[in-house]
Design a binder for this molecule. Structure first.
Ligand SMILES: NC(=O)c1ccc[n+]([C@@H]2O[C@H](COP(=O)([O-])OP(=O)(O)OC[C@H]3O[C@@H](n4cnc5c(N)ncnc54)[C@H](O)[C@@H]3O)[C@@H](O)[C@H]2O)c1
Length: 268
């Protein structure tokens, strides 16, 4: 494999302070991409960017709430100021908070749909506009990678707004592919299954609180044993390879696709 296969890519990664976003930022930078990690958690992204620079990579950070249009505009401008252009987006910021339907307050729906659906739409819209305005690169197609989930194709009773939001991401991938193909921009995505990150650590606690599981740690083990063909949950390292493939020239003839990375949970 070409170890510098992402050289020349100028990326914005949302939700890059921890979890999969941070792992992918490190992986992309190690393959030559310049990355801007953006997140609500400014201290977290500052640290990720500093670690990348300390390892010899090119990185900057930006404090961003993906639901805020002005902040998103400023984040895109920051990437252009730092790197000259933007040709790669990882639309990764996401949240979850389980509830047992129909006992699901509007605040829960608004929070999850706000970040996962509107936030992803807002960021993709503004980054695409920048890609269109800067004109097609002679070296690369613009690449947009939206983070879906197994719940882009499935739904569970305790995470209905999350399932709705990740189905929305599938719509974003399909619609975006059609809207942007003539601008030499591809839109794809991937769907993780059960990934041990801070998001799942919190989800595991919340699932005990709402009575879905008896004790902490049980949810991931139970899903692994009963619903994952490979009988294990995953870690961010299980996802970085597919994210890099979608960022690289190897995926240039793909658009409008969502790839599951779930150990065999959702087979459609
Ligand atoms: N962990 C899993 O099992 C799993 C499974 C399927 C899909 N996903 C999706 O993968 C993505 C990454 O998840 P993760 O597990 O690494 O989560 P994580 O909680 O470890 O990281 C998510 C990051 O997003 C940031 N964020 C949240 N709201 C934001 C906002 N409004 N603006 C900017 N940043 C914001 C958080 O601060 C955090 O740093 C999410 O889209 C998530 O829905 C996760």
């Amino acid at each position: 494999m070409d170890t510098q296969r992402l050289a020349g890519r100028k990326a914005l990664i949302t939700g890059g302070a921890q979890g999969m976003g941070a792992a992918i930022a490190v992986h992309w930078a190690a393959q030559g991409a310049a990355v801007c990690v953006a997140d609500l958690n400014e201290e977290g992204v500052a640290q990720v960017a500093a670690d990348i620079r300390a390892a010899g990579g090119q990185a900057t950070h930006f404090k961003l709430d993906v639901t805020d249009e002005d902040q998103t505009k400023a984040a895109v401008a920051h990437v252009v100021k730092e790197f000259g252009e933007i040709n790669l987006l990882l639309n990764n910021a996401g949240v979850n908070k389980p509830t047992i339907f129909p006992n699901t307050p509007k605040e829960n729906y608004d929070f999850i749909m706000g970040v996962n659906a509107w936030g992803a739409f807002n960021v993709m819209k503004q980054v695409s506009q920048q890609m269109i305005d800067q004109g097609p690169s002679k070296d690369f197609p613009g690449k947009i990678i939206n983070v879906g989930s197994i719940l882009s194709r499935e739904a569970f009773l305790d995470v209905i707004p999350y399932s709705m939001s990740k189905h929305a991401v599938l719509g974003l991938i399909k619609g975006g592919a059609k809207a942007l193909v003539d601008h030499n921009i591809t839109v794809n995505g991937y769907g993780p299954g059960v990934v041990r990150t801070e998001l799942w650590e919190q989800l595991d606690k919340d699932l005990v609180e709402i009575g879905m599981f008896e004790k902490q740690g049980q949810s991931m083990d139970s899903l692994a044993a009963n619903m994952i063909l490979m009988k294990r949950y995953s870690f961010p390292e299980d996802v970085v390879g597919t994210a890099s493939f979608l960022a690289s020239a190897e995926s240039d003839y793909m658009t409008g696709q969502l790839i599951m990375i779930d150990g065999g949970m959702v087979l459609h």
